[in-house]
Design a protein around this ligand. Structure first.
Ligand code: AMP
Ligand code: MG
Length: 304
């Protein structure tokens, strides 16, 4: 085989820039493989998206009210991983927060706090115990009407894993797939020790941390990019299920894991749990590495 060349593509998928970098023997191979990888992500989006009214996920929310509904293997696997993490984190990670996520999305648009009555009503329709799974039947059951499931904290990492798998099937093992704050990588680029990626610093005087990654995934979640500030207080797009409010702490959680579904979901969970979550998650996921950057009330940066 001749020398490998680097090719890079970007498309918007699941609402974020989705970047694929591959090393391939020629452009045709690269284009064909990446086209299939994007197609796979689009298929997953049709199943997992909460934005699309006709996604399998949204249809499920209408159909599975107090009855068992069978779903696709992909959707079931993501729901199952999410519910397992909900249990492991005492509900800090919670995909049933859809009604609250929608309220806070509206707040970011209007710059106004959600009315307390609506917050309370949305909380009534949330709670991970209201979603039940039957693994043998690959079936899902929801406890009440008008529940909304939101896989925004886990689906992108899962999609990165699948895109990488498609590239590998095309024989392109030296690849990186990045969707917003989530990325998964295969073998290292030629003549290198790994894919060079940066963990962004939480505050400006700090410099990013450089990592060289192979065959793993890295996700970063936190309150620094999507948030609304009202009366001097920050409310981020990640919600603390205990309060129903968007996160106020300034926090960035980065997790390296063997695959994207793990790094993505754990990073979101850690953003909610903070320091206390690190030993808990390590117990269940011994192969993870964690970088937690946080500005405490006294303005000291705590990192790990
Ligand atoms: P990420 O960008 O992976 O950190 O995920 C953030 C997204 O996850 C949000 O935009 C919501 O769609 C969803 N989300 C918000 N709060 C939670 C939570 N506590 N547990 C699980 N998913 C959440
Ligand atoms: Mg996440």
């Amino acid at each position: 085989m001749g020398a490998l060349e680097r090719f890079e593509f970007t498309q918007i998928r699941m609402g974020v820039d989705t970047r694929i970098v591959v090393y391939a023997p020629d452009e045709e191979r690269a284009v064909r493989a990446c086209r299939d990888a994007y197609k796979r992500i689009a298929e997953l989006e049709e199943r997992l998206s909460d934005y699309r009214a006709d996604s399998e996920l949204n249809r499920l929310c209408e159909r599975a009210v107090r009855r068992w509904v069978q779903v696709s293997p992909e959707l079931f696997y993501v729901l199952w991983r999410a519910q397992r993490l909900a249990q492991q984190t005492d509900g800090a990670f919670d995909i049933t927060l859809g009604p609250l996520v929608a309220l806070w999305r509206e707040s970011r648009r209007t710059q106004k706090l959600p009315p307390p009555v609506e917050l309370e009503e949305a909380r009534q329709r949330s709670g991970w115990r209201k979603l039940r799974l039957n693994r043998a039947r690959r079936a899902v059951w929801l406890e009440m009407p008008n529940m909304r499931l939101d896989l925004g904290g886990i689906a992108k990492g899962y999609a990165c894993d699948h895109a990488l798998r498609v590239l590998r099937r095309h024989g392109l093992t030296r690849a990186l797939v990045q969707m917003g704050g989530d990325l998964a990588v295969g073998d290292a680029p030629p003549d290198s020790q790994g894919w060079q990626v940066l963990i962004p610093p939480l505050s400006t005087p700090d410099t990013p941390k450089t990592l060289f990654l192979t065959r793993c995934a890295l996700s970063t979640s936190g309150s620094t990019e999507q948030y609304v500030e009202i009366e001097g207080k920050r409310y981020a797009h990640i919600i603390d299920p205990r309060t129903g409010l968007g996160l106020s702490a300034l926090i960035l959680a980065s997790v390296k894991a063997p695959d994207g579904i793990t790094s993505d979901s754990l990073a979101t969970a850690l953003a909610v749990m903070g320091e206390a979550g690190v030993p808990k998650l390590r117990r269940h996921y011994p192969r993870i590495e964690v970088w937690l950057q946080q500005i405490a009330l006294d303005n000291n940066i705590v990192s790990q």
